[in-house]
Design a protein around this ligand. Sequence first.
Ligand SMILES: C[S@@+](CC[C@H](N)C(=O)[O-])C[C@H]1O[C@@H](n2cnc3c(N)ncnc32)[C@H](O)[C@@H]1O
Length: 194
Amino acid sequence: MKNVFNDIPVEYEGIAAATKELSFNMASDLHTGSLLKTLAASKRGGRILELGTGSGLATSWIISGMDDASTLFTVEINEVLLAIAQQNLKDKRISFVLEDAYTWLKEYRDEKFDLIFADAMPGKYDLFEEALSLLKVGGFYIIDDMLPQPNWPAGHAGRVEAFIKDMENRKDIIITKLNWSTGIILAVKISTGK
Ligand SMILES: C[S@@+](CC[C@H](N)C(=O)[O-])C[C@H]1O[C@@H](n2cnc3c(N)ncnc32)[C@H](O)[C@@H]1O
């Protein structure tokens, strides 16, 4: 158990180096990535959604768990960050979407997803209902940064607390709060009603 990360995706290092040059400080960590890889592997032929691609660090983990029949939509508003992901992750299973996820979530009408990694405000603190409505029953909804982080803006802690309470009170999801990484909540959708 000493070596937790013996399986870092091959693309990870290149993406991390490019990300460092941009001083991007919102990257998902290795623990989150490793968990995403394992969860993605549980969805054979799965449809996966990532909201907030960033430069593609978590994306590299997700695709390393996916089988050949699985597909990933990943949505990012920042074209500079998305370009790093696209340059480093040339994989036909990925659809890169350069769009505001507030708009994308409201307009998406296609098939639902088996796993959603919600790593931007839209789909997490905003438009949570819309994101959850895109998840199949039995699907995973995953969020990180749920423990206090140095880059949280003023007032964010209260928002996090309220969001966690909301998740705890819902009847359509079952959740586990992991005091691990930056604080992860892993939810499974169990019904379509609230
Ligand atoms: C926490 S970071 C994502 C980190 C990324 N998952 C990783 O593995 O490093 C949040 C990302 O959401 C993006 N973002 C913020 N607002 C957005 C919006 N309205 N629509 C789409 N992406 C957005 C940011 O540009 C940023 O890259």
